[in-house]
Design a protein around this ligand. Structure first.
Ligand SMILES: Nc1ncnc2c1ncn2[C@@H]1O[C@H](COP(=O)(O)OP(=O)(O)OP(=O)(O)O)[C@@H](O)[C@H]1O
Length: 303
């Protein structure tokens, strides 16, 4: 284990290099008779960007929900920096895990800045009475929060639109704003659920750069995405879920070259896959039958 001898004058989220930030063990989630996630182990270390991929319905979002206190896993344990996570999402955020959602969840009628300020509530110490009475402590805390929120907006390139209503932002910027709001809770681990969904190639490329910059700020990242180019460019490690189970985990090169992943993702049987020969025979027989039907003379009552 590495010993940290540096003084703590850096950003609060900066972890010890190589430290295990997330440690999920044996996570299983059942909904009645359906096992959406089965016995999944996954770690994320500081300084890492880890990808989670898999076909639709593989259990990726359910796994995220198990990590963030939205679901209590049927079995298994999730630790953040060595401590078992509480089973409430706001406590998970306070512990240091922030997330974005597959479907944008902004406050559409609030400004861009206000949306980020909402994300800071787990980091402000001022309580309800302080907020209601609006004493000096409240004003100081509010000014510090606004300053940090503006820093984050500058970081993601939305500072010039701080006073715009969230609903008036183009789609790609709304996704960025979600990331800024998640960062406002000063996480040590950021979970991104399909951050480039609906984006054009330029926006996707910019998001890639943004995720690298977030990692460089000392925040570990776990990202779900269907855009394979994005994932393989970005991630130090990629885990593949198929039907709730982890099929493969490794570097981008290892995962891309794994024929089971290609088969699971593209639904194409790989060479020597069980049943591949039978499928080929059936397809050949069907093609043959179709040719014969086309060639056969029509009967009188077919007209
Ligand atoms: N709350 C729930 N109740 C019952 N079944 C659920 C629930 N949430 C998810 N499921 C089921 O669990 C399985 C995994 O779903 P999940 O959304 O986690 O997959 P996913 O890999 O994130 O898919 P996608 O890539 O399409 O978002 C699916 O069969 C889904 O229908």
């Amino acid at each position: 284990m590495t010993t940290d001898t540096t003084t703590k004058d850096t950003a609060p989220a900066a972890p010890t290099p190589g430290q295990t930030v997330l440690d999920a063990r044996g996570v299983t989630m059942r909904f009645g008779g359906l096992t959406a996630v089965r016995n999944v182990d996954l770690t994320v270390n500081s300084g890492e960007i880890v990808g989670l991929i898999g076909p639709n319905g593989a259990g990726k979002t359910t796994f995220f929900n198990c990590l963030t206190g939205l679901y209590i896993p049927t079995e298994g344990e999730v630790r953040y920096k060595g401590t078992v996570l509480p089973a409430k999402s706001f406590k998970v955020t306070a512990a240091g895990i922030a997330r974005t959602f597959q479907n944008i969840r902004l406050f559409a009628n609030m400004t861009v800045l206000e949306n980020v300020l909402v994300g800071r509530h787990t980091r402000t110490k001022e309580g309800l009475w302080s907020a209601l009475l609006r004493g000096p402590g409240f004003h100081k805390a509010e000014a510090a929060s606004r300053e940090r929120a503006m820093e984050l907006l500058k970081f993601i390139g939305l500072d010039k639109k701080a006073e715009h209503l969230a609903r008036n932002l183009p789609y790609g910027e709304q996704r960025k704003l979600e990331i800024a709001r998640a960062l406002a809770s000063e996480p040590g681990l950021l979970l991104l659920d399909e951050p480039t969904a609906g984006m054009n190639p330029q926006e996707t490329r910019a998001t890639e750069e943004l995720v690298f910059a977030i990692r460089d700020m000392g925040i570990a990242v776990l990202v779900i995405e269907h855009d394979m180019r994005f994932i393989f460019n970005l991630c130090d490690r990629v885990a593949v879920l198929v039907q709730g189970e982890k099929l493969v985990e490794g570097s981008s090169e290892v995962v891309q070259g794994d024929e089971r992943v290609v088969a699971a993702y593209l639904g194409e049987p790989f060479e020597d896959a069980p049943g591949a020969k039978e499928v080929a025979e059936v397809e050949a027989a069907e093609a043959n039958a179709a040719t014969q039907t086309d060639a056969a003379p029509r009967k009188e009552n077919d007209r």
